[in-house]
Design a protein around this ligand. Sequence first.
Ligand code: SF4
Length: 218
Amino acid sequence: MSSDDLRLLAEEAAICVACGLAETRTNVVFGVGGANADLMFIGEAPGRNEDLRGEPFVGAAGRLLDRLAEEVGISRDEVYIANVLKCRPPGNRDPREEEIEACKGYLAQQIKLINPAVVMTLGNFASKLLLKTSTGITRLRGTAYPWWGRFVVPTFHPAAALRGGERVLNDMRKDFALVRRVLDEPAAEEHVIAPQERAEAGPGATSLQETTQLEFFA
Ligand code: SF4
């Protein structure tokens, strides 16, 4: 893809007023990273630091994300990082359904333009949105889900690891190791979840060519 397309999309988002968060944000936090990244991280929404800087994952959670990625040989300049919501919910409250609805088109277009081999969803909001499931992250994580011609690997949000201690951190390490294996050997059958679980989890291994942006989340 052309990085110009991504830049044009970012310019569009920068003036977006499609939901109420436009009134309280400092900056739209569109995303950062390589336009041809093989791995994309998707978090929930900008926090205070991100809102001030206009960049995702710049605080302690971002440093933990960098560390976990580096442990499996992935540096920040090899990934693209974005959130489900591009503007900060006041007081870091949970995203609302109508905000996700209003904003998800930007995320869909980012995924389509960047076309990563693996999407790692961080926490409940991103994981449930992409995998079209109400199953929580604790049960979802630990496997790679075929998704529109690529894999989704759900894991905890790094902020949960900062709160949750070693157990959460160890699970995240296993998920990052899985991302490494899927990137290295995307065709290996062992990554793929059992069919009955896949039925719960969403659209399955549908080709990217068969869809247009918002169908990811339809
Ligand atoms: S959160 Fe998304 S939809 Fe809402 S104003 Fe920001 S960019 Fe627009």
